[in-house]
Design a protein around this ligand. Structure first.
Ligand SMILES: Nc1ncnc2c1ncn2[C@@H]1O[C@H](COP(=O)(O)OP(=O)(O)OP(=O)(O)O)[C@@H](O)[C@H]1O
Length: 508
């Protein structure tokens, strides 16, 4: 055995020798060794200049020279002048930006020099050109902040859905437009810092290239909305009964135009009272299990825009997938009608527990929560058509509503697309042109008041195009494994939901 082992060892050492000779012949061995040494001595890092001689003795320990390699990427930091000392200090470090990644510059650090130029008596805006003219690297002389602030320890990431549009290029108060994040209503943002009361830091979740930047805090947006005049928030519109476009049992709302005007006034008053305007709502990823019911699809839109037409087309396109509720009524059953198929025939007092009800021709018509449950229990996607003010009745984890707003196109497109439509109309003097204007006004008003609740907006100009867009969107939701929904729809513990929403109150 010993003999065999020693002959094996000889073989191995022979083949190792041959391999090493091959390596050193094929690759320039000297370069290889040089690279090894450079890596071992960390020679590849930028060479820092020696500490300047003019640094005062007592500063020696605290002064830091930081050299950052300049790329196309912005530095990701904002600076400000400390009013009491006149010093230029780092105001914010954007998470994920070049400064943050370097780990060498922190909020509160005092900047003494940029590329050897003293910043004494300079204003922040005079410093930007100094940064711009540096070519391959930027050198900072810094006095580090006394104690760098600790990163928040909360491991859970905080996601919100924006309930308003924000364009920093139109915001004169943003400290630095380049450091801001623009977003649209409905975008999901990851909040990375709420340390500043006025400007939070966030990045767009669906944009993988998005860096963290500044967004208005909830407090700032609420204050801004409160300072706006009500006229700017709600375009006053004519309140008059519709001329007759409305045909469905939602006709009950014909009687509620006065209520509509009252609601408008209440809401306007609320903006200056206790009601908070919509800002951000905390959301979470919702993983739908095969056993879970499908989300309720709520279709809303101004009377006559085509909500029923789109619902009808969806039902025909896939009757196994989509279902609608059977309405309730107090009127007498007609001969050809069946209980539970055309209507549920009931007495009036039941209507108190309904999502929505109204009267027409002296009879009540309405939609109950139970009828929604019944459709959902069949494993179907329930299509519900209600006034947007009723969305709050179903805005729960039980229904997880997906709200689609059917919007009017421009008046020219309405004239073209609706020219063949025969409107059922009691008023002989009805003018379709006025109906179109009313419809557009109503759509605008709905979007202003309830837009934050809409998950999707479908413009119903050409009916075929609108239907295709709606069907494709509902198919996406039907098949999606993961969706963003308000956090309290997914939290098993109400305490957790309350904690997570405490400073990001959702508003409906
Ligand atoms: N894009 C469109 N192009 C042409 N006609 C349309 C379009 N959308 C809807 N219509 C027609 O307009 C009329 C009103 O539509 P629909 O009944 O669906 O409105 P609605 O929003 O449900 O209002 P209501 O609840 O009062 O019935 C119907 O005759 C419908 O076929």
């Amino acid at each position: 055995v010993q003999e065999e082992a020693s002959s094996l060892a000889l073989d191995v050492s022979d083949s190792l020798q041959t391999s090493l000779i091959t390596i050193f012949t094929l690759f320039p061995s000297q370069s290889l060794l040089c690279v090894h040494d450079a890596v071992a001595q960390r020679d590849f890092e930028p060479t820092l200049p020696p500490i300047p001689d003019d640094v005062l003795d007592d500063e020696e320990d605290s002064v830091k020279i930081v050299s950052l390699v300049k790329t196309k990427e912005p530095l990701g930091a904002t600076i400000k002048r400390d009013e009491s000392t006149g010093a230029i200090v780092v105001a914010r470090i954007m998470k994920g930006g070049a400064a943050d990644k370097s780990g060498l510059i922190h909020e509160g650090d005092e900047l003494k020099e940029v590329n050897g130029v003293s910043l004494e008596h300079r204003k922040p805006k005079e410093i930007l050109p100094l940064l711009a003219c540096s070519k391959s690297e930027v050198k900072f002389k810094i006095i580090p902040a006394l104690c760098a602030e600790e990163e928040p320890t909360d491991k859970e990431k905080l996601f919100v859905r924006a309930l308003f549009d924000y364009d920093p290029s139109e915001d004169p108060t943003i400290p630095c437009k380049d450091a801001a994040v623009a977003f649209k209503r409905g975008d999901v943002l990851q909040i990375v810092s709420t340390e500043d009361d006025i400007w939070w830091q966030a990045c767009l979740v669906e944009d993988s290239n998005s860096r963290a930047g500044l967004i208005p805090s909830q407090q700032l947006h609420e204050r801004r909305v409160a300072l706006q005049r009500p006229e700017a928030l709600f375009k006053p519109r004519k309140v008059k009964p519709p001329a007759g476009l409305r045909r469905s049992f939602r006709l009950g709302r014909k009687t509620s135009w006065a209520k509509e005007a009252a609601r408008f006034r209440r809401w306007s008053a609320g903006v200056h009272g206790s009601i908070c305007p919509p800002t951000y709502i905390e959301v979470m990823r919702y993983h739908r299990e095969p056993k879970d019911r499908h989300r309720l699809v709520v279709l809303v839109g101004p009377s006559g825009v085509g909500v029923n037409e789109l619902k009808r087309r969806l039902l025909i396109s896939d009757p196994d997938r989509y279902g609608v509720t059977v309405p309730y009524t107090t009127r007498e059953k007609r001969r050809q009608e069946s209980e539970g198929v055309d209507y549920h025939f009931v007495s009036v007092h039941m209507f108190e527990e309904f999502i929505e009800y109204g009267s027409h021709g002296g009879h009540y018509y309405g939609t109950s929560l139970d009828s929604v449950h019944r459709v959902m229990a069949e494993g179907k996607v329930c299509l519900l058509d209600v006034h947007p003010s009723k969305i709050k009745r179903v805005y729960t984890s039980e229904f997880k509503p997906y709200v689609v707003f059917v919007k009017t196109p421009c008046i020219e497109e309405l004239r073209i697309t609706r020219r063949r439509v025969k409107f059922v109309c009691d008023d002989e003097d009805a003018n379709p042109e006025e109906d179109f204007e009313d419809m557009i006004d109503m759509a605008e008003s709905m979007e202003t008041q309830y837009g934050h609740l809409f998950d999707r907006v479908v413009v119903n100009g050409d009916i075929a195009t609108a239907f295709r867009a709606l069907r494709a969107d509902l198919e996406r939701i039907y098949e999606a494994e993961v969706q963003w929904v308000p956090v309290d729809w997914t939290c098993s513990s109400p305490a957790k939901a309350r904690r997570s929403c405490s400073h990001l109150a959702g508003w409906i």
